[in-house]
Ligand binder design. Structure first.
Ligand SMILES: [Zn+2]
Length: 475
């Protein structure tokens, strides 16, 4: 059971686990290999999300292969023209905290038995792409995620770029370390398996947590994660250490204190700044938990629910770990929701970079769609529209150290782009007004996206009876 269940936050367990459009102005036979994938977006307003982020109005963007070839230079002949008049082009979005389902088994395995529950990778990835999410950070890495990443990289599946972190915990996860020695060895093992990032988790003891972070630095691996429960009630100076690079959600901070004052938030922000520790506020998850604790209506009425795998739809509705919480718990969730807004305010004031991440895969948090909820909540908590966009574009790329490849609209970068009908700098909810998406140079217009979503919805609907949560042990 451990291989497909992972504790998320500390209050729940969640089950984790080519269609190239050849639209061209040329008739068949006239096309050459070289221009086959050349697109020109004309008259578009570019929001480059570079540091100065000067909007480039009425521009011409040329996409050749999987790269942004030029901006406001000559238009190559024989390319597909896309009318961008009155539209807005932003970099593909990054969700820095996701949990993708991956193949597994609820029943007992034996050496020659593989997964008994397999997922269609395209079905798992379509919600991201339909939402303009072109890069994700998988924070419960398992071997199945490497295979998903490779299928996407090879072009067999249309999906986001995937960065993967290995979880090291004190108990309850696949990789367990109970001493500094085990912690250091676990980091080296993870590196050997191909992981590039380490996620520290809730049940590590203090010394092991620090040893893992130290070893990760030696191995040139960045560290994201939880703050172990062992630090609860202690001075925040104890757990803010250099090279702990990214806090997986603001809840990690609200769990450490009973004093939900702005001064406490400011103290966290000061220490984060000193240690270069960035923050994923992850507001959407706790807002969703708070609602579910009281009623399941927020899940039943979620427009994107139909795009979640039917097993998850059923689990969230029939075996919801949050629903039915005591009044005290509901009040606690509400206090956390309020405190997390103060944390965002304090981190902004202290100039600590924040990254958009949703905990997609958690009950009620649908892959891809949830990123837009997070952006709205970040603005509600005090970020400007532009600052919120930066958390889901340039800054995520910077933390992952791929800012030379994605995260802004600049010549030479990968063509991960979202074309919007409305300006998100005026209203952040305009990030949902998607006209088309470029993913690694592949153009998906609204029709194509709608078809992909319709296909996914139909499959989910047709397979509902086959994926009842209560029957999972027979899956
Ligand atoms: Zn998570």
């Amino acid at each position: 059971m451990k291989n497909i269940f992972l504790p998320i936050l500390t209050v729940s367990i969640v089950f984790l686990f080519s269609c190239k459009e050849s639209k061209s102005s040329l008739s068949k036979g006239e096309k050459t290999e070289e221009n086959r994938n050349t697109y020109v977006i004309e008259n578009v307003n570019i929001i480059p999300m570079t540091e100065d982020n000067k909007v480039i109005e009425n521009s011409t963007v040329v996409i050749k292969g999987n790269k942004i070839h030029s901006i406001n230079e000559s238009t190559p002949k024989n390319s597909t023209i896309i009318d961008g008049k009155g539209k807005w082009l932003i970099p593909g979005l990054i969700d820095m905290h996701v949990h993708n389902l991956s193949n597994g088994s609820f029943s007992k395995g034996y050496p020659t038995r593989g997964a008994t529950l397999s997922f269609n990778t395209q079905n798992l990835m379509t919600p991201y792409i339909a939402s303009g999410v072109t890069t994700v950070f998988e924070l419960s890495g398992r071997l199945g995620h490497f295979s998903q990443r490779d299928k996407i990289a090879s072009g067999d599946i249309i999906g986001p770029r995937i960065a993967i972190a290995a979880v090291i915990d004190g108990e309850g996860n696949e990789i367990v370390a109970r001493s500094p020695l085990e912690g250091r060895q676990s980091v080296r093992n993870a590196k050997g398996m191909g992981y590039r990032f380490i996620k520290v988790y809730t049940w590590l003891n203090e010394a092991t947590y620090k040893a893992i972070i130290d070893e990760a630095e030696k191995q040139n691996m960045k560290v994201v994660g939880h703050i172990p429960s062992a630090f609860e009630g202690k001075q925040a100076e104890e757990f803010f250490v250099p090279h702990f690079g990214l806090i997986a959600h603001a809840e990690e901070l609200s769990k450490q204190t009973d004093d939900y004052s702005y001064e406490t938030a400011q103290n966290f922000a000061r220490l984060a700044k000193e240690n270069n520790t960035w923050l994923i506020p992850n507001l959407t998850n706790l807002v969703s938990i708070r609602k579910q604790a009281e009623s399941l209506e927020s899940i039943e009425t979620l427009p994107s629910l139909k795009y979640a795998h039917p097993l998850m739809q059923d689990k969230w509705l029939t075996s919801n770990g949050y629903y039915g919480a005591s009044d005290e718990s509901i009040e606690y969730y509400q206090r956390q929701v309020d405190f997390h807004k103060l944390i965002v305010k304090a981190f902004k004031e202290a100039d600590v970079p924040m990254l958009a991440g949703t905990d997609a895969g958690i009950s009620g948090v649908v892959w891809g769609f949830s990123l837009h909820d997070e952006l709205e909540l970040l603005v509600d908590a005090g970020l400007t529209n532009e600052e919120a966009l930066a958390t889901a574009t340039r800054l995520g790329a910077e933390w992952l150290e791929i800012d030379d490849k994605i995260g802004t609209i600049e010549t030479g970068k990968f063509a991960d782009l979202v074309l919007l009908n409305e300006n998100p700098l005026e209203n952040i909810s305009n990030t949902t007004e998607i006209s088309a998406v470029f993913v690694n140079g592949q153009w998906l217009n609204k029709n194509k996206i709608n078809n992909m979503l319709a296909e996914l919805e139909a499959w989910n609907e047709a397979n509902k009876e086959n994926f009842k949560w209560k029957n999972r042990k027979s899956l």
